[in-house]
Design a protein around this ligand. Structure first.
Ligand SMILES: [Zn+2]
Ligand SMILES: [Zn+2]
Length: 250
């Protein structure tokens, strides 16, 4: 299984492709927050292998190419309230997800769960496939409402650092209401680390930090701190990065 990162974070937009390497070479799209042309290019303009797209919530950096995907004949799965709010519920290809109800999309098995974000139905995903085991996708959430067992790959938000935000507040660069919005809706490095400490990491092979803030993060420091804490391969999600998520690396 290859993970192709087309973008991560609010500026790049968020979009990931899970590309299976076995016979049917199925592709699952995770988030549609980059330009549609970028997704088309990454797929070589061939949608025949795409089994569907799953989307966490309606913010543009996750959702903006959803109508294009639907028009291209791709099933797009997100919360029913999200489709309704965005007017995409009228598309035949729009599929609703229900929290904690497992859904099979091609040979991927997905469990959506509720997270904490300022939208109608914010979701996180547990994504299982025989090639990679289970990946957790947890982003745009103030904290994780759950702990998970048996995860092999963690794609987790590390949006902002307490230290950087405090410095900016003191220097008068950040307005309080903007800081409040970030703090209430996005996971800090500290919260991310606390979640990892509380989690069973015994089967985790990769930690991929996603959705870093452009202003309030430091990629090198975040990567180092999490790698030091967990002693697990840690990556920063960035556009054009391709990672191997196979259960066995060879
Ligand atoms: Zn976002
Ligand atoms: Zn968001």
């Amino acid at each position: 299984m290859e993970l192709h990162i087309l973008g991560s974070g609010s500026k790049q937009g968020n979009c990931y492709l899970f590309k299976s390497e076995t016979q049917d070479r199925e592709i699952l799209i995770l988030e549609a927050g980059v330009e549609f042309t970028k997704i088309q290019k990454a797929l070589n303009f061939d949608y025949s292998k795409v089994v569907g797209a799953i989307v966490t919530h309606e913010h543009g950096d996750h959702f903006k190419s959803v109508p294009n995907l639907l028009n291209a004949g791709i099933d797009v799965y997100t919360g029913g309230l999200t489709h309704k709010k965005m007017g995409t519920d009228v598309f035949w290809r729009a599929k609703n997800l229900t929290e904690n109800r497992t859904i099979e999309i091609g040979s991927f098995s997905i469990v959506p769960f509720a997270v904490k974000h300022d939208v109608v139905q914010p979701l996180g995903f547990k994504i299982t496939h025989c090639e990679m085991g289970t990946a957790l996708f947890l982003t745009d959430t103030c904290y994780s409402p759950y702990l998970f067992n048996g995860i092999n790959h963690m794609l987790i938000e590390a949006n902002w650092s307490e230290q950087i935000i405090m410095q900016k507040m003191k220097a008068g660069i950040k307005k309080k209401f903007l800081v409040d919005r970030i703090v209430q809706n996005h996971m800090s490095l500290g919260t991310c680390k606390e979640f990892l400490i509380q989690s069973d990491l015994s089967e985790v092979r990769n930690i991929i930090l996603v959705h870093l803030s452009d202003d309030n993060s430091n990629a090198i420091q975040f990567q180092q701190e999490v790698a030091d804490l967990t002693q697990i391969n840690t990556f920063i999600a960035d556009k054009n990065l391709i990672l191997n998520l196979n259960k066995t690396p060879f």
